[in-house]
Design a protein around this ligand. Structure first.
Ligand code: ASP
Ligand code: MG
Length: 419
């Protein structure tokens, strides 16, 4: 008998009707003769609403208490789904992260899963139960509740799939799979039948909000096939994320994503001498700030100074402000500039390896649309450009065109796309 792990996102369990619909998807796998572990997110915007409640009390909630609060969201959806399945005559039991044996690091709000103690889930499955696990939460060594970071239920699901050697991990949401670009912006974006872990990982990191990047990392590590599919169209197979593409890569670019969640910071006139960049980024690291794109300008003025620009997530701006004065004193910058009128547009594709001219084509395409590039960063299979926010849609359109990421013939699925 095979084991399937199914994960349902917040939109799939947003109300009781939708939870009953999810029960159908679970029953379908169970009736196919599979054992099933289900992972659920919190209903709809529950997690956002819980965060708003905390905001009403304090601007500085203890991280431990935030975890206590946020972990309640998934407990609502898991118990309601268990009730829906019992109502339909199927044995189902819901479990918190603690009960499911999901062990994590001793870190609040962004813990990583370290281990899964399988005993309880194993015995429940052996007794014929469908096991429903609260996503996004775990427990650390001293029995403190932890959460895995926003969107972390995907990672809970993949970790469970790997630990229990599932045949597959299906991630259900309101989108029908992974698209070449955001189908809400590019109406003719194409659904991909397959995508490699590496490409999916890059796309997830550069802002395609389909999957939690750590879930893809884990799936890649354990070679766990993942399927992204719609809970509202159970017959559609969605997109399969797998290790290797079994064909020669024809197109250099597989997908495009735009991310407007970042802010650019420029530290001006830093003395051009060894150690200053190290000092700056050590200060940021001490605040636990993750930095994305970095550019250091060439020191060509008489003062022998240069500027260092980098991007961070807008939600980290308070952390940055906490070290701003230190930066000024330690590396004596002349000024610090902020720019949040930006969007990072990225193209991703394993097919760009060893294929020259892809960057030139991207820059050329943006230039022809009169879009100025503020920063550039690359990896082996990704090129990102930071541009003015107002050009986000235009850039997505011209790049999709240039790299053949949209197809006129699929325009007729428009009515089915998420709004
Ligand atoms: N409920 C959590 C969130 O909204 C976790 C998840 O949905 O995966 O971030
Ligand atoms: Mg979610």
């Amino acid at each position: 008998m095979s084991l399937i792990v199914q994960k349902f996102g917040g939109t799939s369990v947003a109300d009781c009707e939708k939870i009953k619909n999810v029960a159908n998807a679970v029953i379908k796998e169970k009736d196919n003769g599979n054992d099933v572990i289900v992972v659920v997110s919190a209903m709809g915007h529950t997690t956002d609403n819980l965060i708003k409640l905390a905001d009403e009390i304090t601007s500085n909630p203890p991280a431990r208490e935030m975890d206590m609060l946020l972990s309640t969201g998934e407990q609502i959806s898991m118990s309601l789904l268990a009730m829906a399945l019992n109502e339909r005559g199927y044995k189902a039991v819901s479990l918190t992260g603690l009960q499911a044996g999901i062990m994590t690091e001793n870190v609040h709000l962004s813990a990583r899963i370290t281990n899964i103690i399988p005993d309880k889930i194993n015995s429940l499955i052996k007794d014929g139960n469908i096991v429903i696990v609260a996503g996004f939460q775990g427990i650390c060594e001293d029995n403190e509740i932890t959460t895995l970071g926003r969107g972390g239920s995907d990672t809970s699901a993949v970790a469970l799939a790997c630990a229990f050697k599932a045949e597959r991990c299906d991630i259900y949401s309101d989108v029908e799979g992974v698209y070449t670009a955001d189908p809400r912006v590019i109406k003719t974006a194409e659904r991909l039948e397959t995508i490699s872990y590496d490409e999916m990982l890059e796309l997830a990191r550069v802002g395609a909000n389909v999957l939690h990047p750590r879930s893809v990392e884990t799936a890649k590590l354990y070679n766990m096939p993942m399927r992204v599919r719609s809970s509202f169209k159970l017959d559609n197979l969605g997109t399969l994320i797998i290790g290797v593409e079994d064909m020669e890569l024809i197109k250099p670019v597989t997908g495009l994503a735009c991310d407007s969640s970042q802010i650019r910071i420029v530290i001006c006139d830093i003395q051009d001498r060894p150690g200053n960049a190290a000092k700056l980024f050590n200060l940021l690291a001490e605040e636990d700030l993750s930095v994305d794109m970095i550019i250091q300008s060439y020191a060509r003025n008489n003062n022998n100074t240069n500027d260092i620009a980098f991007t961070i997530s807008k939600s980290d701006i308070d952390k940055f402000n906490a070290v701003k004065d230190k930066i000024n004193t330690i590396i004596s910058a002349s000024k610090i500039l902020y720019d949040d009128d930006i969007v990072k547009v990225s193209i991703v594709g394993a097919g760009m390896i060893d294929r020259p001219g892809i960057a030139a084509k991207m820059f050329d395409t943006l230039a022809k649309a009169n879009i100025n590039i503020k920063m550039i960063s690359t990896s082996e299979i990704k090129i990102s450009c930071l541009i003015e926010k107002q050009y986000s849609e235009l850039a997505a359109k011209v790049l999709c065109d240039a790299f053949e990421l949209d197809r006129a013939e699929i325009a007729d699925v428009k009515g089915d796309l998420p709004s």
